[in-house]
Design a protein around this ligand. Structure first.
Ligand code: MG
Length: 244
């Protein structure tokens, strides 16, 4: 049941910021393949097959990944080249997502997003290293795109704390709330999500459906660690409490 609008004025606002890969879905390697194809086009003169197995994607932003990959190939990347690779990546991504047999929406995600999107004291946003078009391409493949009206993206910044800070500002704008009246909850699957959440003073729900084990996420300083988003502790993290 929705909270009557007349009560909203005095209510604490909750800003929920979700990571995508390993948290909401697994893209089945589509992102990695699309980056490899994009790099293959740009590095054509090197005449070698591009493989990014040495580059760790988890928790990183798209521009960070592309810069690391170009460095691996001995290319000193400037911003123009990174943008060119990202544009080619985004062009390849929908087709690779369609082809990805291993694509899956993770357990509990659909029910949780449906539940949270029904609350008028909460706004649902993204805090992801994906560029904005890549984020929505992945979400659309899983039927999740309509849940998210704003976010912070890899296209905003190459460093994750700044991505989350951007998402937080957009969330505050949407709610009209001030920071003192907001509870910010970040949901992610890597120590990078946890560190970025802590950097902006947010609660962090860490979920071990990605590449990192619960003990690692706990050690990184997550407020709550769960094995998947069906856990009741996830709901509790979105309960209203004392504004912080
Ligand atoms: Mg992730």
């Amino acid at each position: 049941m929705k909270t009557p609008a007349c009560y909203i004025g005095s209510m604490q606002r909750i800003i929920a910021l979700f990571d995508i890969d390993g948290t909401l879905l697994r893209a089945g390697g589509a992102g990695r393949r699309a980056v490899e194809l994009a790099l293959g086009e740009v590095l054509d003169e090197l005449d070698e097959e591009v493989s990014l197995h040495a580059v760790e994607f988890a928790g990183r932003t798209d521009p960070w990944i592309v810069r690391s990959a170009l460095t691996q190939y001995g290319v000193d990347a400037d911003d123009d080249l990174i943008h060119e690779v990202l544009a080619r990546y985004i062009a390849h991504l929908p087709r690779e997502l369609e082809r990805a047999d291993g694509f899956e929406v993770l357990p509990g995600v659909l029910a949780l997003l449906a539940e949270l999107s029904d609350r008028e004291d909460l706004v649902l946003g993204l805090g992801t290293g994906n560029t904005e078009p890549a984020a929505y391409a992945k979400l659309a493949r899983g039927g999740l795109d309509s849940f998210f009206g704003f976010g912070g993206f890899g296209s905003d910044h190459s460093e994750r704390p700044e991505v989350l800070r951007t998402a937080l500002h957009r969330g505050l704008e949407r709610t009209g709330a001030q920071m003192k009246d907001a509870r910010v909850v970040v949901v992610g699957d890597t120590p990078h999500d946890v560190a970025a959440a802590r950097a902006i003073g947010a609660h962090c729900v860490a979920v071990s459906t990605g590449r990192y084990e619960a003990s690692t996420l706990q050690a990184a300083g997550a407020s709550v660690v769960v094995s998947d988003l069906r856990a009741s502790a996830v709901r509790s993290a979105f309960d209203r409490g004392t504004p912080e």
